[in-house]
Design a protein around this ligand. Structure first.
Ligand code: ZN
Length: 231
């Protein structure tokens, strides 16, 4: 048997018994995850490990390229996951996490490499804006540096897509949702976070304020209806 598949026996025998109280509580009372993270499917990027998350802590959606298609009438797994997390679970923090050495980003920058993978090619069209930004804005880059720039710009693009989803847009307007754009460097374990004010990624370090892409703050374009009503 594949050694990995066989580890389920170890989980049942050794891991679950130690955590049975936690699992019993989650089974009886349901889940109330503290955040939604949308990250790449890459096996080297493990959100639960990066965030030291226990069962019940983190609602996770992973796909090639940590992509969030913009809202449309077409149904989709990412769209449905976002809607459920916000509307049912009441998640208030959403993280989009890209990473170094991302195969999707390398393919994005080499469109010809996708001729035999029509589904991947179609999926990566949701990152076309990142491709254009890197092609036109960083013409001097190539290879790993270009892929890194694409991964960073792709997080920015996917955060913009996220805001087109009605559940997210409503939560942002009411000041109930914060957005986070992260980049995980596999080589050294460093996590960069997008600072929405400067538009740049900065290293997350203990003792410094956490850079936030979009802080939770009421944003009513037509004024603050609740405050006006109270006056
Ligand atoms: Zn990746």
């Amino acid at each position: 048997m594949n050694e990995l598949i066989g580890r389920v026996f170890d989980f049942q025998k050794n891991v679950f018994p130690q955590r049975s109280a936690l699992y019993q509580n989650l089974a009886a009372n349901g889940q109330s995850p503290k955040a939604l993270i949308i990250s790449c499917s890459d096996s080297r990027v493990v959100p639960e490990e990066i965030l030291q998350a226990a069962p019940g802590d983190l609602f996770v959606c992973r796909n090639a390229g940590n992509i969030v298609p913009p809202f449309s009438n077409a149904n989709g797994g990412v769209t449905s996951t976002v809607e459920f997390a916000v509307m049912v679970l009441g998640v208030r923090d959403i993280i989009i996490c890209g990473h170094s050495d991302c195969g999707a980003m390398k393919a994005l920058m080499k469109p010809g490499s996708l001729e035999t993978m029509p589904n991947v090619a179609a999926w990566l069209r949701h990152s076309d804006a990142a491709f254009s930004v890197v092609r036109d804005g960083y013409p001097e880059l190539s290879g790993p540096e270009q892929a890194r720039a694409a991964a960073l710009e792709n997080v920015v693009v996917q955060l913009a897509h996220l805001r087109t989803h009605p559940s997210v847009a409503s939560g942002i307007a009411r000041g109930e949702i914060a957005l986070h754009g992260w980049f995980f460097d596999i080589h050294n374990g460093v996590v960069l976070a997008l600072d929405g004010a400067s538009g740049r990624f900065e290293e997350i370090s203990e003792g410094n304020p956490m850079p936030v892409a979009l802080a939770a703050q009421k944003r009513f374009a037509a004024g603050e209806p609740l405050l006006e009503a109270a006056e």
